[in-house]
Design a protein around this ligand. Structure first.
Ligand SMILES: Cc1cc2nc3c(=O)[nH]c(=O)nc-3n(C[C@H](O)[C@H](O)[C@H](O)COP(=O)(O)OP(=O)(O)OC[C@H]3O[C@@H](n4cnc5c(N)ncnc54)[C@H](O)[C@@H]3O)c2cc1C
Length: 809
């Protein structure tokens, strides 16, 4: 009996010490104390002590542990470790980790999350949003831009240049606006609500491109020359990486430069002959300066001993002879400037390399570092702005449009997609705010930027499809009054650029996340690559035993969470969100455990097992999306009116996490390990459900009812009610229709007749003639009818105009 009690105590102690991530020495001491207690009660004899000594002594004595455990394991590790190309290594080294690392490590500190400051706009940024941004939105006629001229009109180009829209990232010392990442995001969100062409045109020069690269890596001469010109819009930049043969695999570009002597502006200089064939380059057709990525070769060793210097970035004025540029691609009826460019043996001085000849071969590192920031801003913000505007417009339309004698938004079938759009809009705004906030705190969050890019562009695509379905024929018939179709047509663009989404999900999110966020894997990899054997062994030994303790702790935590239903886990709030924090902590522990077991059982194969990598990445991503949602709720003062949006969004994330883990375990290559994982994580099966109908109903109603929660949802979008702004007018009609519903009911009641809810002007006449309503009420009915007719109308065209469409944009 005593021995059973002792064993239970020993097991509990092992579990407790690993759960709390106790150090190896504390673990050994505690166990020795327990053994001593066992000896006192005659349970532990000499054999057990010998066994204990055989295990405990070597692992606690550095020299012995390193010689007999770590050294052979290091040799095995070197063999199974995935081989990394230099481009992969640079991608992994780029950027920083932030709260994503906490989520990856099994025990996120929720107070730390909530203590990160909420990003705020400066007075200058606020004035810009209320001034020039508002003005340019009022100038936009998206149908004219997308259909008639396939470009922004000259007055908008001029306005953008004069007001420094292309200089949001350029420092004030060079004449730029030097806005925070958060402010850039708010500007793009507002612009994209009215025109994708406008948002793409403004987004690109402020994202990865010459401006960013010059500021980070340019020589003083390059900065002094180009940055003021870019700030004033005197130069239009583009950046050309993609080639016909190198899209996603951008590191394999065949474009090259050969270092040689040549004549430039009448002088003999050391330079390079460049040859390239690029495509899909945004702004290229009108660019005055081309940022070019190519592989630099030095066959005559004119610059260094090395012949292949690697990917290099240079700035090439587009008026140099030999450059072909100006032709356009036609991206999905969203005709922003985009096209190919070629050059054959174009000779330029080495000074044209960004950062000068010292930066020859550093191009890939420069690009991936800038991408860590840019990818979290432009595409996520454009997607978010589009969905916020679509959410309000679709909510309004659902309330105004009636079928079967009721607003379509009251039908359960419509409530489902409406709820998805509303909760997505809330979550997406939360994610852009938190991610740009991280950048403004000085982070270059490479994993977070990949998560934001993938999930927000995907949510944009699905939300626009939902919005189109709700609008029925109104969404399909193109024309100046169709406010959805261009967003729908253009959705795949955001999905494809800056790392196509399938690749981003399959390789980048977890591939980078696992190595960057894991507390020990990067150190193990670095140790394995270290040519100094002694240092390598020391580092590996330290990382390895830390890793073992970390893994044991995550197994213990996962088991404990499963047994207790995670109900004893802490939460910073004791309200309706308490359970969300507990479940997220639980899944964070599951992710840490699954990640280690996947790496251990698959080794180098994990790189090729993209489905496994994608599902682990899904868990990390959904943990991040839910955390951002909870942070937004907290930062905005825990408004209970917003709770249905939070509940829908977080419960959807939790369900998606469960689904990703379930699929991962079901398809785990080693079936026995898969079964064991299921016992640890889902001993009672999968139990989480999608957000229920009640929450879904509340979100759908919220979208159709003006109020504080709905206003917060559309915060910052262009909703000015100037009569020309479709979205402002929709808001007005929504309010008018809601205000006149009781008047309409009164007329019906008094006349004892159920009148149809169209021809409200006739209802007004009837009400007035029968002295049921006042003149003011009658006017409201008439105004609402005009608005209602406008909302449900679609454009039609003369046949001859239709024939002209096929030949135009
Ligand atoms: C409108 C537009 C604007 C653009 N602007 C620019 C610009 O300004 N500058 C610039 O340099 N480039 C630009 N691009 C290029 C863009 O970045 C590329 O289109 C993108 O990198 C994908 O390359 P690809 O189109 O050749 O697709 P491919 O590389 O051929 O990919 C095809 C499919 O395979 C998937 N895939 C590829 N590898 C993997 C993998 N290992 N695992 C799983 N799936 C994988 C991809 O996700 C994709 O779904 C632009 C493209 C477009 C369409």
């Amino acid at each position: 009996m005593d021995i059973i009690i002792w064993l239970i105590v020993a097991l509990t102690l092992t579990w407790f010490m690993s759960y709390t991530r106790a150090s190896l020495s504390s673990f050994t001491l505690c166990f020795a104390a327990l053994m001593a207690l066992g000896s006192l009660f005659n349970i532990i004899g000499i054999v057990s002590w010998l066994l204990f000594a055989v295990i405990a002594l070597p692992i606690n004595i550095d020299n012995i542990r390193q010689q007999f455990i770590s050294m052979p394991l290091l040799a095995i590790f070197k063999k199974i470790m995935p081989q990394m190309s230099s481009t992969e290594q640079e991608a992994i080294d780029a950027g920083t980790t932030w709260f994503d690392a906490d989520l990856f490590r099994g025990d996120p500190d929720w107070l730390k999350l909530h203590n990160y400051p909420r990003p705020r706009l400066s007075s200058q940024e606020k004035a810009f949003l209320d001034g020039p941004v508002e003005q340019v939105c009022a100038m936009v006629n998206d149908w004219y831009i997308t259909h008639e001229i396939a470009d922004l009109p000259p007055e908008i180009w001029q306005f953008l240049k004069e007001n420094k829209f292309f200089a949001m990232i350029i420092k004030k010392q060079y004449g730029g606006l030097e806005f925070s990442a958060y402010a850039q995001s708010r500007v793009l969100q507002k612009l994209t609500g009215v025109s994708s062409v406008l948002a793409s045109t403004v987004g690109v020069p402020n994202s990865l491109g010459p401006g960013e690269l010059l500021q980070e890596y340019g020589t003083k001469e390059q900065q002094d020359y180009y940055l003021p010109r870019l700030a004033k819009g005197e130069e239009i930049p583009c950046f050309a990486l993609t080639s016909p043969e190198a899209g996603s695999d951008a590191g394999s570009i065949p474009d090259y430069g050969v270092i040689c002597h040549g004549q430039f502006n009448g002088e003999d200089v050391l330079g390079m002959k460049l040859t390239w064939d690029k495509r899909y380059i945004t702004l290229a057709p009108i660019a005055t300066v081309l940022g070019l990525a190519f592989k630099l070769q030095d066959p005559d060793n004119l610059l260094s001993e090395q012949e292949d210097l690697g990917i290099t970035c240079a700035l090439i004025p587009t008026d140099i002879e030999g450059i072909t540029i100006g032709r356009r691609h036609f991206p999905l009826n969203v005709p922003f400037q985009n096209g190919p460019t070629q050059g054959k043996d174009v000779f330029v001085p080495l000074d044209f390399i960004i950062g000068g000849s010292d930066m020859a071969g550093q191009g890939w590192r420069m690009l991936v570092e800038c991408l860590s920031v840019g990818r979290a801003i432009t595409l996520p913000s454009n997607s978010t702005g589009g969905v916020k505007t679509a959410a309000l417009a679709t909510g309004a339309y659902s309330r105004i449009r009636r079928q079967f004698k009721m607003p379509i938004g009251k039908m359960e079938g419509i409530e489902e997609p409406l709820a998805r759009i509303g909760a997505n809009a809330y979550l997406m705004d939360a994610v852009t705010t938190m991610s740009t906030g991280a950048i403004d705190l000085g982070e270059k969050p490479s994993v977070i930027s990949a998560i934001a890019k993938y999930h927000l562009t995907e949510k944009m695509r699905s939300s626009i499809i939902d919005a189109m379905d709700i609008h029925g024929g109104k969404g399909i018939c193109m024309g100046p009054n169709n406010y959805l179709a261009r967003g729908y047509q253009g959705a795949p663009i955001a999905v494809t650029v800056e790392g196509a989404n399938i690749l981003t999900r399959s390789m980048i999110i977890y591939g980078q996340g696992a190595i960057r966020c894991h507390p020990y894997v990067l150190a193990e990899l670095e140790a394995a690559n270290n040519s100094d054997n002694e240092q390598a062994l020391n580092d590996f030994d330290h990382a390895l035993f830390g890793h073992i303790g970390f893994s044991l702790s995550n197994i213990s935590r996962s088991l404990w969470c499963s047994i207790t239903g995670s109900r004893f886990l802490g939460s910073p709030y004791d309200d309706g969100t308490r359970r969300y924090y507990q479940l997220l902590t639980r899944f964070s522990a599951n992710l840490a455990m699954l990640s280690d077991i996947s790496m251990l059982s698959l080794g180098a194969d994990l790189k090729r097992k993209e489905r496994i990598s994608a599902r682990l990445g899904d868990v990390l991503s959904q943990l991040y999306l839910a955390s951002a949602t909870l942070k937004r709720y907290n930062d905005e003062g825990r408004n209970t009116a917003d709770l249905p949006l939070v509940q829908w969004a977080v419960e959807d994330c939790l369900y998606n996490i469960q689904h990703a883990i379930d699929e991962l375990i079901s398809n785990f290559p080693n079936k026995i390990v898969g079964k064991l994982l299921r016992v640890i994580i889902f001993p009672l099966g999968t139990w989480l459900k999608k957000p229920n109908d009640e929450i879904s109903h509340k979100v759908a109603q919220l979208l159709q009812t003006p109020g504080s929660a709905r206003t917060r949802l559309g915060q910052g979008q262009y909703l000015t009610r100037d009569g020309n702004n479709i979205f402002g007018r929709l808001e007005q009609v929504l309010e008018d229709i809601i205000s006149c519903e009781p008047i309409y009911e009164k007329v019906c009641r008094e006349l004892n007749k159920k009148l149809p809810f169209y021809h409200l002007d006739k209802v007004a006449e009837l009400g007035l003639t029968n002295n049921i309503i006042s003149k003011v009420e009658a006017e409201l009915l008439t105004t609402a009818e005009v608005g209602r007719q406008w909302v449900i109308a679609v454009d039609d065209f003369d046949s001859k105009d239709m024939t002209a469409f096929s030949g135009s944009a």
